[in-house]
Design a protein around this ligand. Structure first.
Ligand SMILES: C[S@@+](CC[C@H](N)C(=O)[O-])C[C@H]1O[C@@H](n2cnc3c(N)ncnc32)[C@H](O)[C@@H]1O
Length: 510
């Protein structure tokens, strides 16, 4: 009832205020079903509770927690701090918190709240940076938040204040997460709804290091649909709800659940070993979110693959020819001193078909003294598309560039493609076909989707994908290198046979 009332005031506020202004400050509101779901994750056993709602908006998350507290007779004293620095929304927030007070007091609870009209990050930056001491009592039992989602510059004050968790492009949402982890009491819990992006990617690595060493994840819920979570606001991001506890105790499992959107029921709910979700031993500290039992099995199988491209002496790199920067070297037709320039439209049946008729892209590039820095020696490469569309069946799409089919000394690889090369010397045919068969399997494709919800195929993630030993790879290569066509199904079958994957799993792997 509190939540529904607050949501009505939110809708009303949303109608009055310019949407693009809200977007500028990262103001997207949580719908009631999500707020209630998040509040239901709270577990608290003592009689007093100190709560923080960071980026409170109209107060729906604090309201949802209070609605839950009404059901908990053990809690009798509630204090909530609410950070919100948009003065337009403050009157609504204040009115809503007065209503919360009225309802809680009517139900015999002691209630106080404090709206802090400050920038959450800057107001706590001295504490974050160790310039200020705070007693345990001033910290929080529960922090709930739908933090603002907004890219910010590295020189903006929030980024400067929290530079220790920044590597590359910062987004204010993960600064809210890191600071909240710091502001929790020991055994305190944080419940957040955020984009999924922090779970992988290089830009979030320093953040993951801090976060995963400060709190332990206990619950993750993934919304598959990008569009339906913030229904009125069209946020095109896969969203997750997470709960994490500040504890030094080892938790063995994480409860993972998933649904299409907030209106459909959970279609997967499963306790997954912590080490399957967070690979604490790897440098990248990626967070894997398997959302079917088969995906959990797949992760467990691939845990036995102890290598990756760099550790086997290979590397996936991004094509160095950026068309608009290399404009002066690009040619539509073959002329003297030109070599092939490969794009994704040269992919055909896992091979490179070159040239293609009526290409929309220039297919040749001049091989001159000035362009040699962006050209590669014409050697055998495995090419991997960097961009796929959401509708495409496969995320990891590879094609073989077999140098002997191309009578050129050099080749250009356009920037929308990645290529795999051997760091010292040349890939043998067995190595190339073996690696190709593994990367072309539905298993690696599924692994990539569990790792990264986006449609981009990034070098950091691809270089971290677990692989079997080089001996196994060569053995696979020998089995496929003489085939005319190497289907995904055939690659799967070989992996099944060699690594004893249960057949039942295959049915569900997309
Ligand atoms: C994504 S909205 C969520 C609002 C509300 N908690 C909800 O769930 O509907 C984030 C809120 O944080 C506020 N905000 C943005 N940057 C902030 C900052 N640096 N400090 C405090 N609040 C901030 C915005 O004005 C916005 O109301």
């Amino acid at each position: 009832m509190l939540v529904n009332h607050i949501y009505d005031t939110t809708i009303d506020y949303g109608k009055r205020v310019n949407k693009s202004n809200r977007k500028k400050i990262g103001q997207f509101f949580t719908p009631p079903a999500v707020a209630t779901y998040m509040a239901n994750l709270m577990e608290h056993n003592t009689s007093t509770i100190k709560i923080l709602d960071a980026g409170a908006g109209t107060g729906i998350l604090a309201g949802a927690l209070c609605e839950r507290i009404l059901e908990q007779s053990n809690i009798n004293t509630v204090h909530i701090d609410l950070y919100e620095n948009d003065e337009n929304v403050l009157p609504v927030l204040r009115a809503n918190m007065e209503l919360v007070r009225e309802v809680l007091e009517k139900n015999g609870k002691r209630f106080s709240y404090n709206i802090i009209q400050e920038n959450f990050i800057l107001d706590n930056s001295d504490y974050w940076n160790g310039r200020e001491h705070r007693e345990e009592e001033s910290l929080y039992d529960v922090i709930i938040s739908n933090p603002p989602y907004k890219k910010i510059g590295k020189s903006e004050p929030e980024s400067v204040a929290m530079s220790s968790v920044i590597h590359g492009q910062p987004n204010i949402y993960f600064l809210f997460m890191a600071l909240s982890a710091k502001l929790l009491k020991q055994n305190g819990q944080m419940i957040f709804i955020t984009p999924r992006s922090f779970t992988s990617g290089l830009y979030f690595k320093k953040f993951r290091e801090y976060f995963l060493n400060t709190v332990r994840l206990t619950n993750l819920h993934l919304f598959h649909s990008r569009e339906d979570v913030f229904d009125n606001d069209k946020v095109l991001q896969e969203a997750i709800i997470l709960k994490a506890i500040k504890t030094t105790q080892v938790t063995d499992t994480i409860l993972i659940s998933a649904s299409e959107n907030m209106y459909t029921g959970e279609r997967f709910i499963h306790k997954v070993p912590y080490s399957t979700v967070v690979d604490i031993e790897s440098d990248n500290l990626f967070i894997m979110i398997p959302t079917t039992r088969d995906e959990v099995q797949l992760l467990n199988m691939m845990k036995n693959w102890k290598y990756n491209l760099p550790s086997l002496g290979f590397k996936l790199k991004t094509g160095p020819v950026v068309d608009f920067r290399a404009d002066e070297f690009l040619r539509e037709e073959e002329v003297e001193n030109t070599v092939p320039l490969l794009w994704s439209n040269h992919f055909s049946n896992n091979r490179i078909t070159f040239p293609v008729p009526a290409s929309k892209n220039p297919q040749y590039i001049l091989n001159t003294e000035d362009s040699k820095g962006i050209l590669l020696d014409s050697k055998d490469y495995i090419l991997v598309k960097r961009f796929t569309s959401k509708e495409e069946r496969k995320r990891v799409q590879c094609a073989l560039y077999i140098a002997e089919n191309f009578p050129y000394k050099k080749v250009g690889i356009e920037n929308h493609l990645n290529y795999i090369t051997k760091l010292n010397g040349e890939m043998t045919r067995e190595e190339m076909f073996g690696l190709f068969a593994i990367l072309n399997s539905s298993y690696v494709d599924t692994y990539y989707r569990i790792l990264n919800g986006s449609t981009q195929v990034n070098a950091t993630e691809m270089n971290s994908i677990p692989l079997p030993s080089l001996t196994d790879i060569i053995q696979i290569g020998e089995k496929v290198m003489d085939l005319d066509s190497i289907t995904v199904e055939f690659c799967d079958t070989i992996i099944d046979e060699m690594f004893i994957v249960t057949r039942s799993r295959k049915r569900n792997v997309v």
